[in-house]
Design a binder for this molecule. Structure first.
Ligand SMILES: Nc1nc2c(ncn2[C@@H]2O[C@H](COP(=O)(O)OP(=O)(O)OP(=O)(O)O)[C@@H](O)[C@H]2O)c(=O)[nH]1
Length: 360
């Protein structure tokens, strides 16, 4: 996409502007990439950060979960920035530069199924160098999950770390000392030379993340040395991800206990569920649904306000691991009926809404 500017003064300004540093956040499904991004965006570091969020599924749930960057976030959904929507990635980055107030930094959160090498190679293309420069690749790891990923998933998860300048070894709260030592050794083995930060909720030293300290830290871009031919052999692109995705949306409030039951009994082929839902128990709140492996959580994020409440859920499974009809039936069955006999929270809510005069 050419950077055409009708305004000669602006054109001069653009050609003189240093290239925009790009940070790539990579890591397997559910490792904590959005958590890291939210942390970066919520801290006061004095840098104007533009954000690009890629979700593999048709609905970009991550973009809805990102805080405090209204107008600064570009969503890239329904494909993977490392292959099928790579051109959209370039267009979106260049679009950021053409804004009246371009960001100082660009952070790209890749989907949990993306290969960061392909994304990084995009920014090493000579024609993009005057505008965009690769600053850093951050690999986020779920300390509990990494050792259990095998076969194609294990290969992808390792690839996502192998090229990282820094590894955020996250969720250390979920593992004991011995398991942590093992996963630390595993990360060292996969990504020798990369700097490892062990974190809870992805709390990392932001100065390093945002590039100011990169040179001081003596980091390199392993990707710049990666052999593209070797890489092409190890990862077939365009529609060859070992994953399937499925999504569901609904305008009626859902029942909390029914939704819990369905999510907790999803088949093992489904690794990740995420969504924003409206529950009949708490209809004014947007509730974030998260499932990573077998861990499920529901937390309120914001009020619906003037926005019409709408539940949207995305599932990511192994290839062929989605039975659409069964899932459709299961989630349709989560629609709330107003029956409080199965829902203590609904019963409590009604009780609190009832005036004392009506109770007596
Ligand atoms: N126990 C624990 N949970 C965490 C930690 N960091 C993040 N989480 C939770 O892990 C879940 C997934 O986190 P996300 O930040 O959405 O992960 P992600 O890598 O963006 O997920 P995808 O975009 O689907 O790949 C959420 O429920 C987080 O609250 C942590 O340090 N410990």
């Amino acid at each position: 996409m050419p950077l055409n500017s009708p305004d000669p003064a602006r054109e001069t300004e653009e050609t003189q502007r240093p290239s925009l540093p790009v940070t790539i956040i990579s890591g397997f499904l559910g490792s904590g990439k959005t958590t890291l991004l939210n942390y970066i965006l919520s801290e006061d570091h004095g840098s104007r950060v533009g954000v690009l969020v890629n979700d593999f599924g048709a609905i970009n749930i991550d973009a809805k979960l990102i805080v405090g960057v209204e107008g600064e976030t570009v969503n890239l959904a329904n494909g993977c920035v490392c292959c099928s929507i790579r051109d959209d990635l370039v267009a979106a980055c260049l679009g950021m530069l053409q804004r009246a107030e371009p960001p100082d930094q660009l952070i790209i959160e890749t989907s949990g199924v993306s290969d960061p090498v392909e994304v990084a190679n995009t920014f090493l293309m000579p024609e993009l160098q005057p505008f965009l420069s690769l600053n850093c690749i951050i690999g986020v790891v779920d300390a509990e999950q990494l050792p259990s990923l095998t076969d194609e998933l294990g290969v992808l998860a390792r690839q996502q770390i192998r090229v990282a300048d820094m590894v955020v070894l996250n969720k250390v709260d979920l593992v004991g000392t011995e398991a942590l030592a093992k996963v630390r050794a595993l990360v060292h083995q996969i990504a020798p030379g990369s700097r490892i930060f062990e974190t809870h909720q992805a709390r990392v030293p932001l100065k390093l993340m945002l590039g100011a300290g990169l040179d001081e830290a003596g980091m390199q871009h392993p990707v710049a040395c990666a052999d593209p031919v070797d890489h092409a052999d190890s990862h077939n692109h365009d529609f060859d991800h070992p994953f399937s995705t499925w999504h569901w949306s609904c305008d009626q409030p859902l029942s909390l206990p029914r939704l819990r039951r369905v999510v907790e009994s999803l088949p093992n082929t489904i690794y990740r569920a995420k969504g924003i839902v409206c529950l009949e128990e708490l209809p004014t709140y947007q509730i974030a649904l998260q499932m990573v492996g077998k861990r499920t959580s529901l937390a309120d994020t914001a009020l619906w306000g003037s926005q019409p409440p709408r539940s949207e859920i995305v599932l990511i499974a192994s290839r062929g691991g989605i039975n659409s009809e069964a899932l459709q039936a299961a989630f349709e069955n989560c629609i709330g009926t107003g029956d409080e006999s199965q829902s203590p929270i609904l019963r409590l809510k009604r009780l609190l809404e009832t005036s004392p005069a009506e109770i007596t």
